[in-house]
Design a protein around this ligand. Structure first.
Ligand code: SF4
Ligand code: SF4
Length: 165
């Protein structure tokens, strides 16, 4: 049974977000250009201040766990994509039980990336979504530039951002 947000007025459903076109699953920006101090092994620029280097934006995985239903599809998709054996995978679903002030309990589901997550480099380098993002049943996973994903986190609570690589 899918868990609904505690405050549905403040938090739009996954369906509402999809309807508003907010569920773009890949969040990318152009390459970052930065100036670094010049190591002795690198050529200096004409002014001698340093070299301009192109750094690809760091990629991450954002999970809006307010909407995670605990369906395990992300774990299954990861195992199938990478042919991981039993007991090994790029993502593990955690269940967090919290006692509320009224003595009832709340369960949060939070998929957690492991050391085996390579952010589906083979897929994303071809412009495809990571397997877990593609198969998430609640459309609650996002892959893209960390800086852009962090902007999403500014907008709402109950998000976790992973940067496994
Ligand atoms: S991004 Fe790819 S490797 Fe990482 S958890 Fe998702 S499916 Fe597994
Ligand atoms: S596939 Fe999506 S909804 Fe299902 S457990 Fe993973 S993050 Fe949660």
């Amino acid at each position: 049974m899918p868990r609904r947000p505690l405050n549905s007025d403040a938090a739009p459903s996954a369906h509402d977000r999809r309807a508003r076109g907010e569920d773009a699953k890949s969040v990318n920006s152009s390459a970052i250009c930065a100036t670094e101090d010049t190591p002795s092994s690198r050529p200096a620029c004409a002014e001698g201040r340093g070299v301009v280097v192109q750094r690809p934006p760091r990629q991450g995985l954002l999970i809006d766990y307010e909407y995670c239903t605990g369906c395990h599809s992300c774990e299954v998709a990861c195992k199938q994509e990478h042919d991981y054996p039993v007991g090994k995978g790029g993502i593990n679903l955690c269940e967090i039980l919290t006692e509320k002030p009224d003595k009832t309990y709340r369960i949060d589901y939070l998929p957690f990336t492991t050391m085996y997550c390579d952010l589906c480099h083979a897929r994303t380098s071809e412009g495809r979504q990571p397997a877990c993002v593609k198969h998430c049943q609640a459309s609650t996973m996002y892959h893209g530039d960390v800086a852009k994903l962090a902007k999403i986190m500014e907008e709402k609570p109950h998000c976790a951002l992973f940067t496994p690589r």
